[in-house]
Design a protein around this ligand. Sequence first.
Ligand code: ATP
Length: 585
Amino acid sequence: MKELKHINKYFLKYKRKVIIGILITIVSKIFLLFTPELIGSSIDVIDSFRKGIITDVEVVKQELLINIIYIIGAALITGVLTFFMRQTIINVSRYIEFDLKNEIYQQYQRLSLNFYKKNRTGDLMNRISEDVNSVRMYAGPAIMYSINTVTLFIIAIFFMYRQAPELTLYTIIPLPILSVIIYKLSKIIHKRSTIVQQYLSKLSSFTQETFSGIAIIKSYGMERQSALSFDKLASESREKQLDLVRINAFFYPMMILLIGLSNLIVIYVGGLQYMAGEISLGVITKFIIYVNMLTWPVATVGWVTSIVQQAEASQQRINEFLKISPEIKNNVSHHSHIKGDIVFKNVSFTYDDTNIQALKDVSFSVKGGETLAVIGKTGSGKSTILDLIGRLYDIEAGALLIDGIPIDQVNLVDLRDVIGYVPQEAFLFSDSINNNIKFGKEDATNEQVIQAAKNAQVHKNIMGFTKGYETVLGERGITLSGGQKQRVSIARAIIKEPQILLFDDCLSAVDTETEEKILNNLKKLTVGKTTIIVSHRISAAKNADKIIILDDGRIKQAGTHETLLNTEGYYKNLYLKQLSESENS
Ligand SMILES: Nc1ncnc2c1ncn2[C@@H]1O[C@H](COP(=O)(O)OP(=O)(O)OP(=O)(O)O)[C@@H](O)[C@H]1O
């Protein structure tokens, strides 16, 4: 129960509903227990008539009629109260589920990129769905049934003991045995349910990856292998589930057996006491009804125990994530008004998961409003520079200054707010094109969306779709071509009119003619804004105020288009190569 303490704050938040729920449960159980009392007294009336103690049949009829009315009344009240019991306690569990999901989701948003590299998506999804669901089962049904059982037990034993103390003691003899068995079994259940949860996580991770990579799987004809791997994992998961089911299956007959034993004791001991004239026939009847009424609550003890165990395991997995403190934190509370001067001073950076040193002693500076182009072979560290400016990672050595202030002393929210980033692989949400463009500026007008799309040279393409800007993309809609995706992604960045624009090789899938048009538009739009363009093409770099050439994480050359063309090296060679390619095409 240590881990589940985490959700006590939510019980406190909804304490009014919880208390009302508990009170309603108690009252409903009192009404429920009227029934055996009334049946017992009805039997006693009939028995008295049979024995000649009551001679008037009308008295018997009247007594029975009153009892029947009372039984119906008690049943109706119990029914209504049970409805409200569920409405309070189960509702609270739904609120807690909602709060917990939000808490996890917000934590997911806070955590840095490194966290996402270390944890698989399926696992992240599982914690927010499966695990939260098992915690909900604890917060709602488990608590409700526990209150139910405890109340029913206390009241029933009280009623029973008042009428036949000795018989009550005999009846409850099997209970301690039951508790020991429950304890032993629940330990095994806990172990097995943890394993089951782990397998569920593995299964969803696997399926999620398969769906994401479905195009690759199909084009390589790997469906059979993929199905076989799934089958293997699913079979293992099934075995673990069956292990759990087996132990649960053993549990229920055990309950029935012990309750049956209590019934036999009531009949045997009660029969002897009746014959000795110590108790009435009505008391035996009541006891049999009581014992059977207790069957379900006793059976739920086992069920509740396993729910609590599962919830504990799930909450433990959730807490693991909630405890992680984000690597990248906002260290300042005051606002930073960013102009856009960027200085790298002997910056080095190593990705800690791969241990690859992506940047080595890199120094350059870009003044606010200037354009810098970063050219270099694949894997030379170009994207890493952009990631560091967006503070997706913190630098390892050297200094990265924004407007002369170390980047970790700049307000993170303000920094990200002034950045418009176009990644190498455009990511669009399963939403309309309009909303995808408006992503960085929710209050943008339709005119602004259209203007951004025009500047990104994608407006005509969008108008070619039947639903225009309302065309839905992704899983529920159409798939854009690589170049169209890149251009929508550019529109998304420029509509924000950010002070710093980062373009990561985002024109690679666009033909040179369109690229030229976009670059011309960008030239006008980025006046006064710091712009960094990462590219493999000279065409994207030639107009920049500064150009740096990266090679294996180090700056090999730096200058302007003109100065670099006058220097032997990578840039000049690339220029000549690309010139001859365009002449030949
Ligand atoms: N998220 C990451 N985790 C671990 N290593 C990474 C990560 N991103 C990049 N690297 C490694 O860092 C090095 C530099 O990568 P980077 O993406 O910055 O190069 P790039 O010049 O942008 O390459 P490309 O032109 O192919 O996009 C590469 O060796 C790469 O394998």
